[in-house]
Design a protein around this ligand. Sequence first.
Ligand SMILES: *[C@@H]1O[C@H](CO)[C@@H](O)[C@H](O)[C@H]1NC(C)=O
Length: 255
Amino acid sequence: MRATAAVLLVLCLLTLSHAWDCQPVVDIKNLMQIDAGLGQVVATNTSQFPYYLVGDKWISLPGSLKHITVGPAGIWGVNKADSIYKYVAGNWVQAAGLLKQLDAGGDQFVVGANMNDTPYCLTSSATVGYKGPGSPIPWTGLPGAVKYYSCGPFGCWAVNKNDDIYLMSLNQDCQNNGWSRIDGKLSMIEVATDGSVFGVNSAGQVYTRDGITASKPQGTGWSNIPMCMQMKHVTYDLGRLWVISKSGFTMVCTH
Ligand SMILES: *[C@@H]1O[C@H](CO)[C@@H](O)[C@H](O)[C@H]1NC(C)=O
């Protein structure tokens, strides 16, 4: 079985001759979700084990998490009960609240979505100093309903339960001017530290948003990034596009 899978993967990669060159990430299997930011890469596998990439080795982090994120606000995660944790001195300390997904890619603030798809934001003053129960944790509820939420330097992008795409400008104090609808449909979306945006639709196709700048945060349109398999998750940082296939392969692509 493993040999067949490896052959299929090689055939799949060979058939692609596009702008992005993808290589299998052989050291890790069955990833659920991955997040790259500020030069660091973290991931969880389908058994909810968290990982941190060092060299080409995936180092196990303590604890059990279904979603992990790294960015200017530090390393944060949520477990299967939606409890929220921050990585402090090699261990997870709990932060009050419940979220099913969260993102540390904003300007030192954290955003996330709870089980009812209500979006929340935690100010930079709260995230940076958070060192465990006892530190203030003033979650700010935001308007709208989103199932997946991610931030970068030019704004926060989210998708709702119908895979509709939205953009919000959010500052370090969680102040915002509400959501703007963006064309297209995606089931997950990630904003990179450099502001570029990548997502996956329900058919497993990967897209990136073109033309994003500080003065035009909504960009100009979507471009498909051809992949030889259906993907379930994507993240991008410093020239590397990390993709996880629906079948559980992880690839890293450059162009
Ligand atoms: C997830 O990682 C743990 C720890 O390395 C491992 O024991 C487990 O088998 C992995 N789960 C899957 C589905 O590969």
